[in-house]
Design a protein. Structure first.
Lengths: 88, 143
């Protein structure tokens, strides 16, 4: 089990979490203030099975179109190992 | 080093940084920012700090080129509002970040309001500067 933490702009948050939900992932959304992206940012947490990490990252990546004119960072992704996961 | 103001380690680190800055001149801010963002991120720190310290801590971590995300949170003994920071740890900068946070956020003693009319004694509780959890990051990406 892995946890994917995606920090995205507020304006992209809905799009990304809808896409993840549509692909069958559960998403937890945290309101995030300030931070590196300065404007409003949103943190999305998703628990995924080891073999689904690639798919989840792909779903997230597909929501962004690379912008040539400015190299602004649009999203930050962390993949963490989950030692133990229980839903009770 | 001199008059024990800074440590030998810090001194050599500074000298090295200055030297490398001189030998590879970066013409503009954009290049410099890119240079910073090209560090390999190998860890994630969840840093829980007091609101009063957060600006100092963010400023010093920014100087280290650490990507930071800020979350509002609350908790601790006093159920006080605090701030949770997610900080990407560039390879080998683990200790540097911990030290920077420790310097910027200090332990302090806070006083609780007196609970009884009879005595005017106030209870005090010490509040730690920061709580830091460190995780290994398997992958880090910027889009």
């Amino acid at each position: 089990m892995k946890m994917v933490i995606a920090i995205v702009k507020d304006t992209d948050a809905e799009k990304v979490s809808q896409a993840l939900l549509a692909a069958g992932f559960r998403v937890t959304q945290l309101a995030t203030t300030g931070g590196f992206l300065r404007g409003g940012a949103t943190t999305l947490m998703t628990g995924v099975e080891n073999e689904e990490v690639e798919q989840a990252l792909r779903v997230i990546r597909e929501q962004f179109t690379p912008s040539q004119e400015n190299d602004d960072k649009q999203a930050t992704l962390y993949v963490l190992n989950v030692k133990d996961f229980k839903r009770v | 080093l001199r008059d024990s103001i800074i440590s030998e380690e810090t001194y050599t680190q500074l000298v090295k940084e200055v030297d490398s800055a001189l030998t590879e001149p970066r013409s503009n801010l954009v290049e410099l920012l890119l240079y910073n963002s090209q560090q390999r991120i190998t860890g994630l720190k969840v840093i829980i700090v007091q609101e009063t310290d957060v600006e100092n801590i963010i400023a010093s971590l920014n100087r280290l080129g650490v990507p930071i995300t800020r979350l509002s949170s609350s908790g601790g003994f006093l159920k006080r509002e605090n701030i949770t920071l997610l900080a990407g740890v560039p390879d080998g900068k683990d200790d540097m970040i911990t030290k920077a946070v420790a310097r910027a956020g200090k332990n302090r003693v806070e006083f609780l309001p007196a609970s009884s009319e009879i005595t005017d004694m106030t209870a005090s509780v010490s509040i730690s500067g920061a709580t830091i959890f460190t995780f290994d990051v398997e992958r880090y990406e910027e889009i």
